[in-house]
Each structure stands twice: as structure tokens, then as C-alpha cells.
Write a protein that binds this ligand. Structure first.
Ligand SMILES: [Zn+2]
Length: 330
């Protein structure tokens, strides 16, 4: 009766042995999850995480606030140390409610004369209100935006480190846009959201500005990283989606860059797509641990839970490798 020999009897030596093994293995299982992946490029995720933390330390970066001024100045200073040219666009945005709000886009250029170029975009502002917070009393409080606002900045400054050390063969533009998350509604005509990307798309660096392809990087550092293919991107620039997901697969990152079409997201790529740019949105909208239904529970997106403890260097390494790999192989 071989099978009977393995029947668990409460209190049996076998059960005690299994319990001991399980208890001994649990910390190891936990540790496995926290291990950083082995870098596939020169991208340094620890630096990216420290740049992300520096952004968060300025507090909320809501347009028109002291935190935004400090953070914007910091981005300009960091990119002047790394890029060949840094261009600022400053203007006043008139809101639907009639307010005038100062805005600032920052464009860091590598090999500005090169005609063959790649454009990367991220937003650096943070949402003025945690309107998805589970606590009703928190919903008018500005978010810290560790993932939604700071992670893309951390990614770009660390890309700057790598591109300064080894200049790219093609031109690279890293664009930090303002006012992505400012307004309540993300419905067309996008009156008070996507402000910086709309402004840039109609105030290009030159009349003939035409990057080979563009990628928007948004919410890319969730510790529980799972990036689906954003639906508008698949519809409007499928060849760019293929290029990015193929690069991730080549690097062994297909567990994180999932080759499935996900949600349709209104984001900073939309004004570019409307102007004919080939641009996609790389975004992990399920910000938090995934439940059996495939959705994040809790989801920290647009809540006061969007803090440093919910993002990771491991995720920044994965996304940074893909972002840098796309440049070095183009
Ligand atoms: Zn947001």
C-alpha cells in the first residue's frame, strides 16, 4: 500500500517534517520575489530608484506649486549634466475654469543634429487629487506619485547616465511633459489633462521633426510589474508595439511585458498619434498585487498609496533594459 504510506496523519513525523521544511523555505520564497533581475544593459536601476526618490522628496509636483518649481529645476540641472542640449518650453495654460497655470516641458537631446531619432516621453507632474483613494476624506489630497510621475523621471535620468557614457548611434530625445494629470476628466477634448504633450505636439523642435518611433513610459516601476499592450497603441502603431515587446522577449522579460492586448488608456501618446507620430504607451495600469481576476487589489493608481514602498528597482531594471536596448539596437 504505497499510497497509504504517504497519507498525512496529524501529528505524524512526516507532517512535522513537511511543516519544518515549509517554515524553513518561506523566507527563501519571499526573498526570491525580491531578488533583482540580472541587468541586460548598462542601465543602472539603483540610480533610477534614487532619482525617483529625489523626485518624491520634493513632495507633490502639481503645476503652479513650489514642489513643481523645485522638481522642474532639478530635472533641468540633471539633464544638463547628461544630455547635449536641454530645451525648456514654458507657457501659461488657461484651464476650463479660467485659471492661468504655469507649465513647463523639458526636452533633453542626445545628438541633436541626427535626423534618425527616437522620442521617449514621460510626464513629470503629479495628480492634484487622490480621486481614486478608498478613503473618501483623502480624495482632495495631492498624491506623491512615486510611480505615476516620478518613476518615468527616474528612468530618464538613469538613461541619461548610460547615454552620456556611451553616446547613441542615433539621435535620442527624452521629453518630460507637464500637466498630464492635472484635470478631472480624461475625456476629449482633454481640456486640462495631457497639457504638456498637447503643447509639444503643436510646438515641435523643428517643422520637419519626425522621429522614427516614439514610446511613452508611464507608471513603469510597480513592484508587481505586468505591462499589457495598451489598446490604442496596438491599433495605431502596431509595429512599435511589436518592436518593444520583441525586445523584452529577447531579454527574457516576457513575463513582465505580457504579449496580450490590455486596456485602452487615454495618455500622453494620444496628442502625438493625432499628429501622425508612431508612438505607443508603455503603462502598467494595474498598480499593485494582481488578484485571481487579473486586476490589482488594492490598486494604488491615483491614491495616497502611490509611494516608494510600492515600486521597485527590479521593475526599473526590466523597463530600463528594454528602453536602453531599443536605443542601442536602433
Ligand atoms: Zn496619473
Amino acid at each position: 500500500m504505497l499510497r497509504a504510506a504517504f497519507t498525512f496523519q496529524p501529528g505524524s513525523q512526516l507532517v512535522r517534517m513537511f511543516t519544518l521544511l515549509l517554515v524553513a523555505a518561506l523566507p527563501l520564497l519571499g526573498a526570491c520575489d525580491k531578488l533583482t533581475v540580472r541587468a541586460k544593459t548598462a542601465f543602472n536601476a539603483d540610480s533610477a530608484l534614487s532619482y525617483t526618490r529625489a523626485q518624491v522628496a520634493f513632495g507633490p509636483r502639481v503645476p503652479g506649486t513650489a514642489g513643481a518649481v523645485k522638481a522642474g529645476d532639478w530635472i533641468v540641472a540633471m539633464m544638463k549634466q547628461r544630455a547635449d542640449t536641454v530645451i525648456e518650453q514654458r507657457w501659461k495654460h488657461r484651464t476650463a475654469g479660467g485659471d492661468s497655470v504655469p507649465m513647463r516641458n523639458i526636452l533633453a537631446r542626445f545628438r541633436p543634429q541626427a535626423t534618425q531619432r527616437v522620442l521617449y516621453v514621460t510626464h513629470w507632474d503629479t495628480r492634484p487629487m487622490a480621486d481614486a483613494d478608498p478613503v473618501l476624506g483623502n480624495r482632495h489630497t495631492p498624491i506623491l506619485g512615486a510611480n505615476d510621475g516620478a518613476s518615468g523621471v527616474g528612468l530618464f535620468v538613469a538613461l541619461g547616465d548610460a547615454l552620456k557614457k556611451t553616446p547613441p548611434n542615433i539621435g535620442v530625445d527624452l521629453l518630460f511633459v507637464d500637466g498630464e494629470d492635472y484635470g478631472q476628466s480624461f475625456d476629449a477634448p482633454y481640456a486640462d489633462v495631457l497639457i504638456g504633450s498637447q503643447y509639444f505636439a503643436s510646438h515641435l523642435p523643428s517643422a520637419d521633426y519626425k522621429p522614427m518611433f516614439g514610446v511613452l513610459w508611464d507608471m513603469i516601476a510597480d513592484a508587481d510589474l505586468n505591462i499589457m499592450q495598451e489598446a490604442k497603441s496596438v491599433q495605431s502603431a502596431p509595429e512599435v508595439v511589436n518592436r518593444v515587446w520583441q525586445k523584452a522577449k529577447d531579454m527574457g522579460y516576457d513575463k513582465y511585458f505580457i504579449p496580450q492586448v490590455g486596456q485602452d488608456v487615454t495618455d500622453d501618446h494620444v496628442p502625438f498619434l493625432e499628429k501622425g507620430f508612431r508612438m505607443i504607451d508603455v503603462i502598467d495600469l494595474d498598480y499593485g498585487p494582481l488578484g485571481p481576476d487579473g486586476q490589482a487589489h488594492p490598486n494604488y493608481h491615483h491614491t495616497l498609496g502611490d509611494t516608494m514602498e510600492h515600486i521597485s528597482a527590479k521593475s526599473l531594471q526590466i523597463v530600463g533594459d528594454v528602453a536602453l536596448g531599443l536605443i542601442t539596437d536602433s
